[in-house]
Design a protein around this ligand. Structure first.
Ligand SMILES: [Zn+2]
Length: 84
């Protein structure tokens, strides 16, 4: 049996929409992020990556300046799962 464990944390901000589980909510504050800031899908992705023995989401989509992809959305995470 494979088991994964994921979590995610972002600061609140009024400059981004609130997106949880791929749904955009009409709230005043979203989550600060260079991505879509979807904490639910980011945590789920980390859990799935862990369950299959891969590195965490930050490895594939780092927040520091690198030549890896930034400004990602959940559909980019799904594509990454399929491609790797
Ligand atoms: Zn996140």
């Amino acid at each position: 049996m494979l088991i994964g464990n994921g979590w995610d944390l972002h600061k609140h901000t009024s400059s981004k929409p609130l997106i949880i589980g791929g749904l955009e909510f009409d709230e005043e504050e979203g989550f600060e992020a260079y991505s879509d800031g979807d904490i639910l899908l980011h945590a789920l992705s980390d859990a799935l990556l862990g369950a299959v023995g891969k590195k965490d989401l930050g490895y594939y989509f780092p927040s520091k300046k690198t030549n890896k992809k930034r400004d990602f959305e959940y559909r980019d995470i799904k594509k990454n799962f399929r491609d790797n």
